[in-house]
Ligand binder design. Structure first.
Ligand code: CP
Length: 362
């Protein structure tokens, strides 16, 4: 069963094809109006959402299909203790494809193993958000004409920002990309993202805390929200929440064709006065989410009988995932599953949430 948990399950050619289909949908929507007639999308949102859930809904309706689901865990039997696997098994019986958002990292991996229909990860904790990345790539392609040779500033919460991790993973495959990582010390990009995509000269990048100093060289400025829901300490959140606020003054030295992006929702990290600046692309970006999700639904339904592309893992009793946000921390009967990513250094990763582990050698 073909699902989408992580953007890297798509090849670069597949991403380029999805972008091409989305652009065709934008140009000729009538061609697609009945493409999913008789099909049902299940939207299982265990965590709040405006754009992702409603753009998925709009996408399926625009393809002539129907939608069912829930928008909060409390209105589903998850509130009675039903597991993710059982929930998804049931909704597989009522729908042809499922988009799921869950606060626990790795929940979509559980869903993909239990489902009999394709699963689309609509965001799992601070882990992955592949359809946001597809939305971002479509926006960059439409604004810049290409996904190559760009200097991309990523600003704000680079630690918990799942949209940032997925965007780095995807853009690291294109040529001539330089990342400028703008974050307070406490919210710097996690080491594993750097190690996997940027380190050892894989890609050019610099780290800074100074947004204005970085501004002149940027082609893209990707702002992110400091996410209150990801902090263990409220005081720490209060201390960091206003680290970066983009105002018109701070854009004084920016390129005239800078593309300002934000996955939204924003709180106050972009002044509303920036909204009327022609470089503000974030509302258009959110609009693009509908078209790329239409393209993705079409692709996964067409390929539903193709082999599973979700990354494998081996069940083990030797290692326990140490990530408190991993789905295995709440769904106790799940087997611990790990995959070896570096035999030389004995590095394993949790198959659900990608947390690193170094098991003792026998
Ligand atoms: N960008 C994004 O995921 O927005 P929502 O949380 O509103 O879905």
């Amino acid at each position: 069963m073909r699902s989408l948990i992580d953007i890297l399950e798509l090849t670069t050619a597949e991403i380029d094809e999805l972008i091409a289909v989305a652009e065709d949908i934008i140009a000729t929507p009538e061609k697609y109006a009945e493409a999913c007639k008789g099909k049902i999308l299940g939207t299982l949102f265990f965590e709040p959402s405006t754009r992702t859930r409603l753009s998925f809904t709009s996408a399926m309706m625009s393809l002539g299909g129907n939608v069912l689901g829930f928008s909060e865990a409390t209105s589903s039997s998850a509130s009675k203790g039903e597991s993710v696997a059982d929930t998804v098994r049931m909704v597989s019986a009522y729908s042809d494809i499922i988009a799921m958002r869950h606060p626990k990292e790795g929940a979509p991996y559980v869903a993909a193993k239990a489902a009999t229909v394709p699963i689309i990860n609509a965001g799992d904790g601070g882990h992955f958000h592949p359809t946001q990345t597809l939305t971002d790539l479509l926006t960059i392609k439409r604004k810049k004409g290409s996904l190559h040779n760009l200097t991309v500033g990523l600003c704000g919460d680079l630690k918990f920002g799942r949209t940032v991790h997925s965007l780095i993973a995807a853009m690291s495959r294109y040529t001539g990309i330089k990342f400028v990582l703008i974050a307070p010390e406490e919210l710097k990009l996690p080491g594993y993202v750097k190690y996997e995509f940027l380190g050892d000269g894989k890609l050019e990048y610099v780290e800074t805390t100074d947004m204005e100093a970085a501004m002149p060289e940027l082609d893209i400025l990707y702002m992110t929200r400091i996410q209150q829901e990801r902090f263990a300490s409220h005081d720490e959140y209060l201390r960091l929440k206003d680290s970066y606020i983009l105002t018109l003054d701070k854009l004084a030295n920016a390129k005239p064709d800078l593309c300002i992006m934000h996955p939204l929702p924003r709180v106050n990290e972009i002044s509303v006065k920036v909204d009327d600046d022609p470089r503000a692309c974030y509302f258009e970006q959110a609009k693009n989410g509908r078209y790329i999700r239409m393209a993705l639904i079409l692709k996964l339904l067409a390929e539903k009988d193709q082999p599973d592309t979700v990354r494998p893992g081996e069940p083990t009793t030797e290692i326990t995932c140490s990530n408190p946000r991993c789905i295995t921390s709440t769904e106790q009967e799940l087997p611990q599953m790990f995959r070896c990513v570096d035999e030389e250094h004995n590095i394993h990763r949790c198959a659900y949430c990608d947390q690193k582990a170094y098991p003792k050698k026998k």
